[in-house]
Design a protein around this ligand. Sequence first.
Ligand code: AMP
Length: 214
Amino acid sequence: MNLVFLGPAGSGKGTQAKRLEADYRVVQISTGDLLREAVRQGTELGKKAEPLMREGRLVPDDLVIGLIEERLRAGDVGEGALFDGFPRTLPQAQALEEALARMGLQIDKVISLEVPEEILVDRVTGRWSCPTCGTVYHVRTRPPRVEGRCDRDGTELVQRSDDTPEKLEKRLEVFRTEIPKVKEHYRKLGKLVEIDGVGSPDEVYARIRAALES
Ligand code: AMP
């Protein structure tokens, strides 16, 4: 099963993707994570992407598509993939279909997590994560046991440089412009499932599972 997860920053895509990865045989492929890793390693791609990411702007399609094609070649997605944060534009959606078709694969369902913007702002600006294991915390709704430290490995928690109110506004603006076109594309193909993303992670996950199993 190959799935696409659509949703703005703070919609819970990453959290839900990790659960699906554990319960279904799918490999989570997050372009945000791949790009952050390229930035960390200081690759050519990372150097081009870093200033755009810092401002909450989209990295150009050709770079992101190249990254996804390379990731698909790794050979571990035969059982299924879960695309998180990709595609974000119509050309990316088309490129994904072509890349999968070359492997004899296709997208089965596209899950769009719907969350009102005021909730996104609260979720994103209170978000801290562990740079070692990726666990995500929230100052109010999911605080770590020891302030500023990961429960799992004790690493000092960090806040993403694009999780400030100003950067988030830019990211939401980009999302509002591009994602309706991507959703429309998948709606026409009969693959789009819109899920209410408001509620606890367990509640949202139950809705996603019900949609996948229907
Ligand atoms: P995310 O972790 O998905 O919120 O992505 C963080 C940042 O990486 C975004 O604000 C963009 O700058 C960049 N990015 C991630 N995925 C894509 C994509 N599919 N297309 C273009 N830029 C992306």
